[in-house]
Design a protein around this ligand. Structure first.
Ligand code: HPA
Length: 265
């Protein structure tokens, strides 16, 4: 059986991955642009680490090259992607410092690529997102949390805003009425493109602050970075154990969604 390949997409505050052995930098050319990432190994798995905002947080959420990132990971034939995402929280049961394995999203973005399948001569593809995040990778992360005695929150609805500004209190009130639990700026279209490519994908959402109007103080990027530093020891253990437990032969159906994919996509 071929080796297991796992990708980690690091969000805000997660710019490198010390768990990788024999690390080297690689660049993958895709028709959407070149993607540079780290490649290494961990416990017999090949691991790719991609910093979503660049190594120095130089790419804002609305300018991340989501298509190139997912096309590059597809080209590398990864079995699963585990992403991290800093989020604001609307709920006390998902407080700053917790980790939430989200299971739904609402798209509140405005001007981002929506799909790989557009343009002259392209097959139009409507993927099913009844279960937007891979059930098997979610389970692997949740089991890793149990094994490590970390209290993960199982499920939550992530609302993706366009950013790069934080939200207004009125927007957060509306998001709460919609059923949103967490708010962030990057998970759409990443999750959608991963499914279109037939890749198993799940997210560890990291609440760093109460959302605007719930927080008693103005929101800052520094506060977000400080909070990520606080959870990093637990996060790194969680990523290591989850990577170690990713398996072949998941029956989640994510792969089936990628049946229209070709390198020309
Ligand atoms: N809003 C949007 N994105 C975020 C937040 C927030 O409050 N905190 C961290 N990322």
């Amino acid at each position: 059986m071929s080796e297991i390949r796992v990708a980690i997409i690091g969000g805000t505050g997660v710019y490198n991955q010390s768990l990788l052995n024999d690390q080297e930098e690689i660049t993958v050319d895709t028709k959407y642009g070149a993607v540079t990432m780290r490649m290494g190994t961990y416990k017999n798995r090949k691991v790719f680490f991609l910093a979503r905002h660049g190594g120095k947080h130089s790419v804002p959420p609305h300018m991340v090259n989501y298509k190139a990132n997912i096309a590059a990971l597809k080209h590398l034939d990864v079995n699963a992607i585990i992403a991290t995402a800093a989020v604001g929280t609307l709920h006390q049961n998902m407080p700053p410092g917790s980790m939430v394995i989200i299971d739904q999203f609402i798209d509140f973005t405005k001007q981002r690529p929506l799909t790989f399948y557009e343009g002259a001569g392209k097959t139009i593809v409507h993927i099913d997102l009844s279960e937007p995040y891979c059930s098997e990778v979610r389970k692997t992360i949740l089991n890793a949390g149990t094994a490590l005695d970390l209290e993960l929150v199982d499920g939550g609805c992530y609302v993706c805003t366009e950013g790069p500004r934080f939200e207004t209190p009125s927007e957060i009130r509306m998001i709460g009425q919609w059923g949103g639990d967490l708010v962030g700026m990057t998970n759409v279209p990443e999750v959608v493109l991963a499914r279109e490519a037939g890749l198993c994908y799940a997210v560890i959402a990291l609440p760093t602050n109460y959302a605007a109007g719930i927080s008693l103080s103005p929101l800052t990027h520094e506060e977000v970075l400080d909070e990520i530093e606080r959870v990093k020891p637990g996060l790194e253990k969680l990523l290591a154990t989850a990577v170690e437990n990713i398996e072949h032969g998941y029956s989640c159906g994510c792969n089936e969604a990628g049946k229209y994919w070709s390198e020309e996509s």
